[in-house]
Ligand binder design. Structure first.
Ligand SMILES: NC(=O)c1ccc[n+]([C@@H]2O[C@H](COP(=O)([O-])OP(=O)(O)OC[C@H]3O[C@@H](n4cnc5c(N)ncnc54)[C@H](OP(=O)(O)O)[C@@H]3O)[C@@H](O)[C@H]2O)c1
Length: 211
């Protein structure tokens, strides 16, 4: 199947490599065209660079928006039409970084990026918050862990999105565990109890109460 990855920076490039390793065909797009081209060349013939974000969605079954929170709304607005029948996977934490490199939370305590992004998506888009719980280097080193796969938690309120994101998480070399609906996505984000957590399936299910 085919997934579009929009944003080929730190986390998008790891997600793309992991999905490609699991056999997914990729359509890549980024403001940083050079990083998209370098990544596609590294992955080989199963990854193509799209001409722009909208073109990346052509023929894609799903899209990963691997973007900083501050650009997400503009990107979604620019591709809203073709997003309407897609799984939309978002790893974004609600963080901003100023010119001095100081990181700050952009949303009030208690409000998650999942809840905000859900309000930005067009009707028909199926949102799953996933792939944003681990730092890029830890995500990279934890796939296809043996003897027991590491868990990637996800949140969605849509059953079909749940099946689709579970397929992508398995393709990337992890065991999927649902935390709950989008209202639970704060648990996955920076400051949440499941953020930055590497566990196996049994511990993950005890933490989520088997959601
Ligand atoms: N990095 C991590 O370890 C990590 C871990 C978990 C979750 N996350 C979350 O993942 C998201 C992405 O983080 P990141 O560290 O990967 O950021 P990043 O390295 O800055 O990558 C973002 C990419 O998006 C591109 N981009 C910016 N505007 C765009 C647009 N309008 N259309 C298409 N591409 C655009 C950027 O290009 P330019 O560089 O040219 O702007 C860059 O290639 C963030 O919300 C973060 O909270 C990151």
């Amino acid at each position: 199947m085919t997934t579009a990855v929009i944003g080929t920076g730190a986390i998008g490039s790891v997600i793309a490599r992991q999905l490609a390793s699991g056999g997914e065909t990729l359509r890549l797009s980024s403001a940083d065209k050079e990083s998209a081209r370098t990544l596609a060349a590294e992955i080989g013939r199963t990854a193509v660079v799209a001409t722009d974000n909208r073109d990346a969605l052509q023929g894609a079954d799903a899209v990963v928006l691997a973007l900083r929170f501050t650009v997400l709304k503009d990107v979604i607005d620019g591709i809203a039409g073709p997003l309407a029948d897609k799984l939309v996977v978002v790893p974004s934490n609600p963080l901003g970084i100023d010119k001095q490199g100081k990181v700050s939370r952009l949303l009030p305590e208690g409000q998650s990026s999942g809840e905000v992004v859900a309000g930005w998506l067009p009707a028909g888009a199926r949102l799953a918050m996933a792939f944003g719980t681990l730092p890029a280097d830890l995500l990279e080193s934890s796939s296809n862990r043996s003897p027991e796969l590491a868990v990637l938690f996800y949140a969605t309120g849509d059953d079909r999105a749940g099946e689709e994101v579970e397929r992508l998480i398995r393709t990337a070399g992890f065991e999927p565990v649902k935390v709950g609906g989008i209202e639970q996505s704060g648990r996955l984000e920076v400051g949440g109890d499941l953020h930055d957590l590497i566990v196996g399936p049994a511990e993950a299910r005890s933490l989520t109460g088997g959601a």
